[in-house]
Design a protein around this ligand. Structure first.
Ligand code: ADP
Length: 175
């Protein structure tokens, strides 16, 4: 079983993001990457103060941890863990021994940014590949930004995020 693979034979992937907060779209990418692509998947939460996140690093990381525990329970193919990072992504990937970076692609609008980031990262380290998973059709339109906006205006976000995240959003936004 893949979870038992040790050492250098392990395929280690990293899924970086701000996760402010984690959504069902992110979770779908995590589960698919864990099932089909790696033995160990590290979900790396960017400190990213520049983006002015709503949730603190600790809150974002805790929400990710709660949700990946559920996936770990039903997904024997890989071990999923969470880390925080505030250095250059490619350095962080090297530090954790990842050989590839996983990213999710929704509409064409994601493409330009992802294309540039992949190109720059490839220049910084040719050994670390970036691979993309297309968003599942039911999560194509789900984004952390809109989830926060909808919730702040009193809308129902239960179809976009897990219960733990919905509760935290309501608490944070006083809804
Ligand atoms: P970042 O600040 O790096 O864009 P995000 O947390 O917004 O971090 O997203 C992390 C990754 O997840 C990105 O590759 C993004 O395109 C992808 N992603 C976000 N929402 C979805 C979704 N609904 N379906 C698939 N991928 C998604």
């Amino acid at each position: 079983m893949a979870k038992e693979k040790m050492g250098n034979n392990q395929r280690v992937g990293i899924y970086p993001g701000t996760f402010d907060p984690i959504t069902n779209g992110h979770l779908d990418i995590i589960e698919r990457a864990a099932r089909h692509m790696c033995d160990r998947l590290i979900v790396s939460v960017a400190i990213n103060a520049g983006k002015g996140p709503l949730f603190s690093l600790e809150e974002r990381t805790n929400l990710v941890r709660t949700e990946i525990e559920r996936i770990n329970d039903r997904c024997p193919e890989a071990t999923i863990e969470v880390r925080a990072f505030d250095n250059l992504l490619i350095h962080h990937a090297q530090d954790v021994g990842a050989s590839f970076i996983v990213r999710g692609l929704r509409a064409v609008s994601d493409f330009e940014y992802e294309f540039q980031m992949t190109g720059m990262n490839a220049k910084l380290n040719r050994e670390i590949e970036t691979v993309f998973l297309m968003a599942s059709d039911r999560y194509q339109f789900v984004s952390s930004r809109f989830v926060k906006e909808i919730c702040s205006l009193g809308g129902d976000v239960s179809q976009f995020v897990p219960e733990s995240v919905e509760a935290k959003l309501r608490e944070k936004l006083g809804k």
